[in-house]
Design a protein. Structure first.
Length: 248
């Protein structure tokens, strides 16, 4: 359980969906209302490496999104984790938990749109090794997005239920992001994120800033990189991200 708590703090800003970061166009934390369109598929190959004191964590989180409807995606995101340090009692690695979600854009009026992403984290990771919670954990994100010719602004309100004994059961968080198209095929992003500390004995929130770049190589391939720095002592010291996104 302790290892799982460390993993959440390092890689997920304490909420299962934010660990997907969700999750979001890699390397962003903040989800937007964009969907794939009926019959289209997107595969994100995201890597994250973080450290917090003497603990190191690495996550590979491929995310597959399928456009079931024009405004509805079905999403699956398994994880593979590598943890090393005093908080984990040495080194451990293996499959983590898997997120099964849907994303629905329920309101769209010109540049402004609203949506929700919700689902559950399924206990596919070994909880005894700190690679998973051992129990199903539901989560949800309320999404607002504003798109202009050069800018995309997005904000999220997040909720996740943490079933681990000793962790904060009801975890809330919020993120906000700005993405600017510097030129055709090249975007930069900046974000602020905050989330309740998963450790129920601590009142300090995890707060961080994340910066990223996304380059479109072709119409079906993006590559990206990102860096996250802490704004509160409760947050992980740093997280470095890299990834690629393929569409068809």
């Amino acid at each position: 359980m302790r290892g799982s708590r460390v993993t959440n703090a390092l890689l997920g800003m304490a909420a299962a969906v934010l660990a997907s970061t969700s999750h979001a166009a890699h390397p962003l934390l903040t989800e937007d209302t964009g969907t794939q369109g009926t019959g289209h598929v997107e595969l994100e190959l995201g890597f994250a490496a973080g450290r917090d004191g003497g603990t190191r964590a690495f996550e590979f989180g491929p995310q597959l999104s399928y456009g079931a409807l024009e405004n509805l995606d079905l999403v699956v995101r398994p994880t593979w984790l590598y943890l090393r340090g005093s908080a984990t009692g040495g080194t451990t690695q293996g499959f983590g938990d898997t997120a099964l979600d849907f994303k629905w854009r329920f309101w769209d009026d010109g540049p402004l749109s609203f949506g929700v992403r919700a689902g559950a984290s399924i206990p596919t990771g070994d909880g005894d090794k700190g690679l998973g919670s051992g129990r199903t954990s539901p989560h949800a994100i309320l999404i607002a997005t504003y798109n202009s010719e050069s800018w995309m602004l997005a904000a999220n309100l997040d909720y996740a239920y943490d079933p681990l004994i000793g962790d904060r059961r009801n975890q809330w968080g919020a993120t906000a992001a700005a993405v600017y198209a510097v030129r055709d095929g090249f975007r930069v992003s900046a974000e602020l994120a905050t989330a309740a500390n998963p450790d129920a004995s601590k009142s300090s929130w995890l707060t961080a800033a994340r910066f990223g770049v996304i380059a479109t190589v072709t119409g079906w391939l993006d590559i990206d990189a990102g860096y996250q720095m802490r704004l509160s002592r409760a947050s992980p010291v740093q997280i470095v991200l890299a990834g690629a996104t393929v569409r068809w």
